[in-house]
Design a protein around this ligand. Structure first.
Ligand code: ACO
Length: 323
């Protein structure tokens, strides 16, 4: 029997504290005008002292479960994408499992930085398609504020904290009414690892480290590889980009979103952008954007949605889903 991973619910959790561009301009040599013009970002959320990635992930998971009208006991898999885990180990996903009161199934983290949610979704989809799990929470959760160099104006203005989640349920294809994950595409090129990385870690330095980035080089690669991933995900499904109802991109920079639209001749009105309010929340950005467009009624049941993301590694990918 062929199984389809159908989206049953979506959820989000953002920290309460809003940090505006003007707030940052009081801290480093930057301005609201520079940040808006170069990135489209107006503000971002920053986790409170003591607020952990797992807290945000738990909040998003509970919201997605409520949306799906399911309980934690209905879930038998958690795949959590993060590059900012609570601790080096255990997996942040196991802390979420415990916080939700789940006593069965398996929970683990996936690390593909900003592309993490697409990698986690692809992983969970494979588990469900093989019948190895029935219902999965796929979560993207980050506290990038903890790994930023707050003296480096070229990077500290770009990122924010948050979490988003979806509940996937394995359904027989014959009963899924065309809904579910249709295709995914994931790709990495480790030769590009020094374009975007954190200069600390337990094995190499024994420190947590700070994010380092060659912004211009990342920008150029982003448009090229994101476009490639979107085309490939559609090709695998035998779908034309023109048939996609909504594009839900990783929210790195409005200029990257615009560049991809130009390169692939996409309608910008079909692209969900939350960059102005959230900044770049890494693995959380795709599910946060998805949740916001579902909640405000733009993305509806039956719509064809193409997600894409790219991040450190470099890692990139796309996922085509009928909601
Ligand atoms: N405020 C004011 N000036 C700044 C700031 C700032 N916050 N940051 C950099 N500048 C200055 C630089 O010092 C430089 O000054 P100089 O000419 O005197 O040397 C000038 O602005 C231009 O710097 P560039 O780096 O060339 O600026 P650019 O137009 O490339 O924009 C940016 C920088 C926004 C980082 C851009 O390269 C970018 O968005 N890259 C993509 C990176 C990204 O989004 N990474 C996220 C992770 S990967 C992903 O999610 C896809």
């Amino acid at each position: 029997m062929t199984l389809r991973s159908v989206v049953r619910g979506v959820g989000a959790r953002l920290p309460d504290t809003i940090v505006t561009n003007d707030d940052l301009a009081a801290r480093v040599d930057t301005s609201d005008a520079w940040i808006r013009e170069r990135t489209g970002i107006r503000e971002r959320r920053i986790a409170a002292v003591g607020e952990k990635t797992s807290d945000l992930a738990e909040g998003a998971a509970r919201a997605a479960l409520a949306d799906a009208r399911l309980d934690p006991a209905d879930i038998d898999l958690i795949v959590l994408a993060t590059a900012t885990p609570d601790l080096t180990f255990p997996a942040t996903a196991t802390r979420v499992q415990s916080a939700l009161g789940m006593t069965r199934g398996a929970a683990f983290d996936v690390q593909a930085v900003c592309a993490g949610f697409v990698f986690a979704l692809s992983t969970a989809d494979n588990f469900l398609a093989r019948g190895q799990a029935r219902r999965a929470l796929v979560i993207g959760a980050e506290t990038f504020s903890r790994i930023l160099d707050w003296e480096d104006r070229a990077t500290c203005v770009l990122f924010g904290d948050g979490a988003g989640a979806v509940v996937l349920e394995a359904q027989p294809e014959a009963e899924a009414d065309g809904r579910g994950v249709i295709s995914t595409f994931i790709r990495t090129d480790g030769r590009l690892h020094d374009l975007l990385y954190v200069d600390g870690g337990p094995s190499a330095t024994g420190t947590v480290g700070n994010l380092r980035m060659q912004g211009n080089a990342v920008f150029r690669r982003a448009v090229e590889h994101i476009s490639e991933a979107m085309v490939e995900a559609c090709a695998r499904a035998g779908t034309d980009l023109k048939d996609v109802d909504w594009f839900v991109p990783h929210q790195a920079n409005q200029r990257i979103l615009d560049g991809v639209c130009r390169k692939l001749d996409l309608d910008p009105a079909k692209t969900i952008s939350t960059i102005a309010r959230h900044g770049n929340t890494s693995a959380a950005s795709v599910p946060l954007a998805l949740e916001s467009a579902v909640r405000d009624g733009r993305i509806k049941r039956g719509d064809l949605v193409l997600m894409e993301a790219l991040g450190g590694g470099m890692a990139w990918g796309a996922a085509l889903i009928r909601m």
